[in-house]
Design a protein around this ligand. Structure first.
Ligand code: BGC
Length: 502
C-alpha cells in the first residue's frame, strides 16, 4: 500500500476532539472591567509592529460573545475546547492577593457554559500575553517571574480547577522566546544582538540594532522552563489528589526531514535542528532534565569562538535539573509544517536564518503552500514527528494541542466562495488527521486528542488579520463580529462524528 494513501480507522473512544484559541487573539475587551495592559496590548499599539496596523482591542469580541463561540462548538460536536486565560485580566497588578473579580467571573461563565454543553475546557495559563507591569519588572528576563508564575498558576488552579481537568502551563515557549526576545517580531519586541547581525542584510531590518549581549532568548527559555516546572509541582503537590487533572506544556515543532536521506550530513543536520528547536524545551521536561547535549556543546563552542568567557546558553544547577525533569502528565504538541534540512556550506550560507544553527532549512518546491509564508502543507511530516516524539521521549501520551492551515485574506471579500469554500483547509485537516491516525494504528503512538487551530479567524500576531486560520470566518468589519462556518467546519465535524475515517 502506498504510504501516502489515506486509511480508514478510529481513534480511542475517549479521544479529545477540540478547537483552540488564545485570549489576546480572540477576546478583545482589552481595557474593560479592570483588565490591565499586557505586553501584546503595548506592542500592537506601537506603530509599525503589525503588518496591517491592527490590534486585538476587539478581535473576535469573545469577551462579550463567548456564548456564540460555545454554540458554534456545540454544532461542531467537539468534546473539548482549548482556551487561554489572560493573566492581566485575572491579576491586573500581577499580585494574586488583588484579583480582578470581573475577570474571574468572565472565565467562570465561559467554563460553566462549556460544561453545560458537554465541552471540557483545556486551559492554557500563558499564551504570550504577559502583564506589562510584570514585564517592566524584568518579566521573563528576571528570575522573579518564576515565583510570580507559580502564584498565578496557584490562583488559577484554586479558582477553576474544580472544573478544569486539563491544563497547559505555557504555549510554545520556543516561539515566545525566539520571536519575542530574539527576532523582535512579537511582544515585547526585543531583538537579540546576534539576530540583528544575522538579519541586517534584510532591507526592512537594516537599521535595527539593539545590543543584547545577554542573548535574551536563551535567558528567557531558562525562566520559562523553571516557571513551567514550578506550576506543575504546585499542581502535583497541592491540587492533584483533590482535582484529578493533568498538567503539561504545549511545544511547537516542525518536522525536519534530511534533504537527501542518503547523505549522512543531511541526516545529522535534521537531528541537530530538532535538538535545538523541539529538544530545547522537550529535553529538559521529557528527557534528561537539561538542554540537549548537542545544543549545550554547540552554543558553548560558538560562545568561545566569540571570545566570551561563558556560554550564552545558561546552565541549570543539579537541583534545577531534578526539579524540571518529568514535569508533565502528557506531551502537548503544536504542529503545522515541515522543512528539509542540510548542513551549512559555502553554497547555501546565504540562506542561514538562525545565528547559532549551522543548518539550512528549505521547503521542497513541490509542496503546496498555505496563506502564511512559512506554512507548507506536508501531512506525512506530522506522522514522522509523532513517531519521533514517541520514540525519543518514552512513548508519552500525546495531545495535539494545535494544528491548522491559513488562508491569505482578501480585504475585499466579505462572504461567499472566496472566504467560505476553503478547500485547501479541508484537505489539510483530512490529510493531517489521517496521518495522525496512521501514527496511532501503524506506529503505536499514544495519541489522546486533537485540537484544530483555530475555532475562529483571529488576530494572527504580527500578521494582524491578513492571515486567517479559522474554520469559522469572522467579519471584522461587522461590529457584531458575525461568525460563519467555513466548509472546513463541516469536514472537521464529520471526522469527529466518525471518531476517525470510514
Ligand atoms: C500559536 C498561535 C498562532 C498559530 C498560527 C501557533 O504558533 O500558538 O497563537 O496563531 O501558531 O501561527
Amino acid at each position: 500500500m502506498d504510504e501516502k494513501e489515506a486509511i480508514s480507522g478510529h481513534f480511542r473512544d475517549d479521544f479529545l476532539w477540540g478547537t483552540a484559541t488564545a485570549s489576546y487573539q480572540i477576546e478583545g475587551g482589552w481595557n474593560e472591567d479592570g483588565k490591565s495592559q499586557s505586553v501584546w496590548d503595548k506592542h500592537a499599539h506601537t506603530e509599525g509592529k503589525i503588518d496591517d496596523q491592527t490590534n486585538g482591542d476587539i478581535a473576535c469580541d469573545s469577551y462579550h460573545k463567548y456564548k456564540d463561540d460555545v454554540q458554534i462548538m456545540k454544532n461542531l460536536k467537539v468534546n473539548s475546547y482549548r482556551l487561554s486565560l489572560s493573566w492581566s485580566r485575572l491579576l491586573p497588578t500581577g499580585d494574586s492577593s488583588a484579583p480582578n473579580a470581573a475577570g474571574v467571573a468572565y472565565y467562570n461563565k465561559l467554563i460553566d457554559n462549556l460544561l453545560e454543553n458537554n465541552i471540557k475546557p483545556c486551559v492554557t495559563l500563558y499564551h504570550w500575553d504577559l502583564p506589562q507591569c510584570l514585564h517592566e519588572n524584568g518579566g521573563w528576563q528576571s528570575d522573579d517571574i518564576v515565583e510570580k508564575f507559580k502564584e498565578y498558576a496557584n490562583f488559577c488552579f484554586n479558582a477553576f480547577g474544580d472544573r478544569v481537568k486539563l491544563w497547559i502551563t505555557i504555549n510554545e515557549p520556543h516561539v515566545n522566546a525566539t520571536l519575542g526576545y530574539g527576532l523582535g517580531h512579537h511582544a515585547p519586541g526585543i531583538m537579540g544582538r546576534k539576530y540583528a547581525v544575522c538579519f541586517r542584510r534584510l532591507d526592512y531590518l537594516k537599521n535595527i540594532y539593539i545590543p543584547d549581549p545577554m542573548n535574551a532568548c536563551y535567558m528567557v527559555s531558562r525562566t520559562m522552563l523553571l516557571a513551567h516546572a514550578a506550576a506543575w509541582h504546585e499542581y502535583d503537590t497541592n491540587y492533584r489528589s483533590k482535582q484529578n487533572g493533568m498538567v503539561s506544556i504545549s511545544l511547537n515543532s516542525d518536522w525536519a526531514e534530511p534533504k537527501d536521506a542518503s547523505n549522512p550530513k543531511d541526516a545529522a543536520a535534521a537531528i541537530e535542528y530538532l535538538q535545538c528547536s523541539l529538544g530545547w524545551f522537550a529535553n529538559p521536561i521529557f528527557g534528561s532534565g537539561d538542554f540537549p547535549v548537542y545544543m549545550r556543546e554547540h552554543i558553548a563552542q560558538k560562545s568561545k569562538e566569540e571570545g566570551l568567557s561563558k556560554s550564552r546558553l545558561p546552565e541549570f544547577s543539579e537541583e534545577e535539573i531534578k526539579y524540571i525533569k518529568g514535569t508533565y502528565d502528557f506531551f502537548g504538541l503544536n504542529h503545522y509544517t515541515t522543512r528539509l534540512c542540510e548542513q551549512l556550506n559555502e553554497h547555501n550560507e546565504m540562506h542561514k536564518f538562525h545565528p547559532d544553527l549551522d543548518v539550512i532549512l528549505l521547503p521542497d518546491p513541490t509542496w503546496d503552500r498555505a496563506g502564511s509564508l512559512w506554512l507548507y502543507i506536508v501531512p506525512w511530516g506530522l506522522r514522522r514527528l509523532l513517531k519521533y516524539i514517541s520514540k525519543t521521549y518514552g512513548n508519552p501520551k500525546i495531545i495535539i494541542t494545535e494544528n491548522g492551515c491559513s488562508t491569505k485574506h482578501d480585504p475585499n471579500a466579505t462572504s461567499g466562495l472566496a472566504v467560505l469554500e476553503d478547500t485547501q483547509r479541508c484537505n489539510y485537516l483530512k490529510s493531517y488527521i489521517n496521518e495522525a491516525l496512521k501514527a496511532v494504528v501503524q506506529d503505536g503512538v499514544d495519541l489522546r486528542g486533537y485540537f484544530a487551530w483555530s475555532l475562529l479567524d483571529n488576530f494572527e500576531w504580527k500578521a494582524g488579520y491578513t492571515e486567517r486560520f479559522g474554520i469559522h470566518y469572522v467579519d471584522f468589519k461587522d461590529p457584531e463580529r458575525k461568525r460563519t462556518p467555513r466548509k472546513s467546519a463541516a469536514v472537521f465535524r464529520e471526522i469527529i462524528v466518525e471518531n476517525g475515517f470510514k
